[in-house]
Ligand binder design. Structure first.
Ligand SMILES: Cc1ncc(COP(=O)(O)O)c(C=O)c1O
Length: 452
């Protein structure tokens, strides 16, 4: 028995390791096939290796592609002032802080960033997290306790869902952006339960804006605290890019605001902003703040500069909105469905899963970088190409994107897909089906030439 315990099974196939009737935790990995099936079809769209980034363009496989899959809304990730500030911070403090803020990793830049963000958002205090994901997880897992309820929009981001799961509270999903559904859920809860409403300000897949006035009204009637994730709204909405809450002029009504630095501010990291006493509690209790290394100096320095640029040049948002309007109109006039988006996130409905993979591959071959989102990220048979636009995209780049989408859409019969014609039967190839499907059949079903 002793010997078996120390035997190295790491290279053994799961069937051998589990032959004694024991469960092998690697079994699911060995039988996982979906990614390989898509790879075999030559349309695998993920983990594309970027060799160089030049603003709106990236170089992959030695070829230039227009990037329409990034969240770098204001182009600040490539701003020379931001890059210089990041380098300067690295020179001053080193390449990393090598520890948690709590202990040895608290540099003056972190504090300055918190102060300037609090001032920008008009909240009492801010706490930085090493990622936006951690910010949601940390805040939710720490603030919500057993017996509490989290009212969670069904289209909220995965980091919110994971934060809900990590907390001891009950998560109560409600229909997307529906204040009526929220009311029905709240009405069923005991009056004494602690309650939190959590919503994305801008929803990351559909690109629509939360109906904050209606949600807030209902939440307040039931004594429910309000938390807004501004990941895709910072630098995009609000008079100076402060986000959805300021867009609606509702800062006084919202208790906590969360945001990321990985989108408009061009870097990585996240934060939660709110009353000082809540932030101080998180500072001393949030495990994914306390037990992880703090933001690297280059990150903190770059984000601080990006924030300062946004504050002093809110007009940076004007070309972003001009480009956004152009793409909304352009896609609609080509006949594409773009759902309910109101922002630079523009989901292009393709339909079947396989067509979305093929479409993304075709785009890539034609010099456009965009990735599909398929089930379960979206409803089955309603796969999309998720596109997003930047202030720095040129007219010429955007015209090329529209022309290419239109041409491929017609060639690939996108407008005949049941997602467009309204049928119920889906003709998509189900990559999650255990049935092996031959690549040739898939290619011909979608009008592809097998020699491609
Ligand atoms: C709405 C939303 N919240 C949170 C996050 C997590 O942020 P980060 O990537 O900075 O960890 C994202 C990331 O895509 C997001 O879209």
């Amino acid at each position: 028995m002793e010997e078996q315990m120390v035997e190295n099974t790491s290279t053994q196939a799961p069937t051998q390791a589990s032959s004694a009737g024991r469960k092998d935790i690697f079994e699911k990995c060995a039988s996982y096939e979906e990614a390989n099936r898509v790879r075999q079809l030559g349309v695998y769209p993920y983990f594309r290796s970027i060799e160089e980034t030049r603003g709106n363009e990236v170089v992959c496989d030695g070829k230039t592609k227009v990037m329409i899959g990034s969240n770098n809304y204001l182009g600040l990730a490539q701003d020379p002032r931001v890059i210089e500030a990041a380098c300067e911070a690295a020179r001053k403090y080193g390449s990393g802080c090598t520890g948690s803020r709590f202990l040895n990793g608290n540099i003056r830049l972190h504090e300055q960033l918190e102060e300037e963000l609090a001032n920008f958002l008009q909240k009492e205090a801010v706490l930085l997290f090493s990622t936006g994901f951690f910010a949601n997880q940390g805040a939710l897992a720490t603030l919500l306790e057993e017996g509490d309820a989290i009212l969670c929009d069904r289209e909220n981001h995965a980091s919110i869902l994971d934060g809900c799961r990590q907390s001891a509270a009950k998560t109560i999903p409600f229909a997307h952006n529906s204040a009526d559904a929220l009311r029905r859920r709240l009405a069923r809860l005991p009056e004494t339960a602690g309650k939190l409403l959590i919503v994305d300000g801008v929803f990351s897949m559909s690109g629509d804006i939360v109906d904050l006035p209606a949600m807030t009204k209902v939440a307040k009637e039931y004594g429910c605290r309000i938390y807004v994730d501004e990941a895709h709204a910072l630098g995009v909405l609000g008079p100076k890019g402060e986000g959805t809450v300021h867009h609606f002029g509702m800062n006084q009504d919202v208790d906590l605001v969360m945001g990321t630095f990985s989108k408009s501010l061009g870097s990585m990291g996240g934060f939660v902003a709110g009353p000082e006493y809540v932030i101080d509690y998180l500072r001393h209790k949030a495990r994914c703040f306390m037990f992880t290394a703090s933001l690297a100096p280059a990150v903190a320095g770059g984000v601080l500069k990006a924030l300062q640029i946004l504050r002093s040049e809110p007009e940076l948002m004007e070309p972003l909105w001009k480009n956004t309007r152009k793409m909304h109109e352009g896609f609609k006039s080509l006949g594409f469905k773009i759902g309910t988006t109101q922002t630079p996130i523009v989901p292009i409905l393709i339909g079947s899963e396989v067509k979305a993979f093929m479409f993304a591959q075709k785009l890539y071959e034609e010099g456009i970088f965009a990735t599909p989102a398929v089930f379960p990220a979206v409803r089955y048979g309603e796969a999309i190409i998720r596109t997003s636009y930047m202030a720095t995209h040129t007219e010429q780049e955007l015209d090329y994107v529209l022309e290419t989408f239109g041409r491929l859409g017609r060639e690939m019969g996108i407008f005949d897909d049941e997602a467009y014609t309204g049928g119920t039967k889906r003709n998509g190839y189900d990559f999650s089906s255990p049935k092996q499907q031959d690549a040739e059949a898939v290619r011909s079903a979608t009008g592809e030439n097998s020699s491609n």
